[in-house]
Design a protein around this ligand. Sequence first.
Ligand SMILES: NC(=O)c1ccc[n+]([C@@H]2O[C@H](COP(=O)([O-])OP(=O)(O)OC[C@H]3O[C@@H](n4cnc5c(N)ncnc54)[C@H](O)[C@@H]3O)[C@@H](O)[C@H]2O)c1
Length: 341
Amino acid sequence: MSVPISIAVVGLGYWGPNLARNASSSPSVHLAGICDSDAQRLNAIGSRFPAARRHQSLDSLLDDSDVEAIAIATPVATHAAIARKALQAGKHVLVEKPFVTSRSEARELAALASRVQRTLMLDHVFVHHPAVQKLARLYHSGELGDVTYIDSVRINLGLLQNDVDVLWDLAPHDLSIIDHLVGRPPLSVAAVGNSGGQGTPTSVAYLHLDYGDGLLASVHVNWLSPVKIRHFMVGGTRRSALYNDLDLSEPLKIYDRGVDVDHDPEGRRRTMISYRSGDVVSPTIPKVEALQNVINHFAECILSGKEPISSATQGIRVVEILEAASISLARGGAAVELLAV
Ligand SMILES: NC(=O)c1ccc[n+]([C@@H]2O[C@H](COP(=O)([O-])OP(=O)(O)OC[C@H]3O[C@@H](n4cnc5c(N)ncnc54)[C@H](O)[C@@H]3O)[C@@H](O)[C@H]2O)c1
């Protein structure tokens, strides 16, 4: 197998054309095909990518031996069946978030990919954002000190979906970033939420994750907010960092601000608290579209056989949290324990 990898995109609704556009402009892949069961959609998007072969059925796409890999951007309920068929046909697979609808499907696909020796990667697109990559390096270098909390807010007047609630639609973004930093599942998950009105799915949700060892994470996702906020804050004992996805010029800021706690050296059992108000640093972040990094990383993993950073294992952990969050929502916010993945 050699560069460029021949790839096809399945599902050409809202998101699929972004994958096709990035695939067609990437030096690592060649957009060999596009597929949508809706003929009108297929032809409308097909006219933008004249070199890509058009397929109205998955079977016809999978029969095309020129296609080495597929990217799935169909509704989540179809992801598992399409990914399974593609892996069985010997294709490498990139799946949109949310990966699948259950932990058992996620595990089954991960095992299948490993059995047939094909790359299975998730489009957890924010994990591939240059600002998140920088944040991860900071996190793992210890420069932030002991991280005690992660607080993520992703709110907007959003498109109410009819097949998923706001947790399954938006929280995979936050949960995959958290997983990329922390690298292990939380001990427990609790979630509360509200619908946007009768007959609508949960549209506002607050999710609390307890990772043990003094680390808590909180995720607020909301389709009903009149303002758009995308703040991802990591609080450490030495430094804190804020990734603001809407700040295009300075998406990441590192704050030398916080509270220092000292115990009275004379042993009078007084705690001395002082406030630190140091510099705010805004590191240079390369201006690369995260989805371009996703496509290039997918090709690199196919070629080298290495595990993607947004791997099926990460996908399993994110789906497991979402499943637990749904149980917690139904139980009015009671904490649900997770089994280690
Ligand atoms: N990574 C991101 O930031 C991001 C953003 C938006 C959507 N998404 C994800 O992308 C996926 C698609 O979302 P969307 O909003 O584009 O959906 P959509 O409903 O707009 O488009 C889905 C398309 O898939 C086609 N389709 C459905 N079943 C098919 C099948 N079996 N074979 C071929 N085509 C089929 C439909 O005809 C439609 O054109 C979802 O998983 C969603 O969560 C990801």
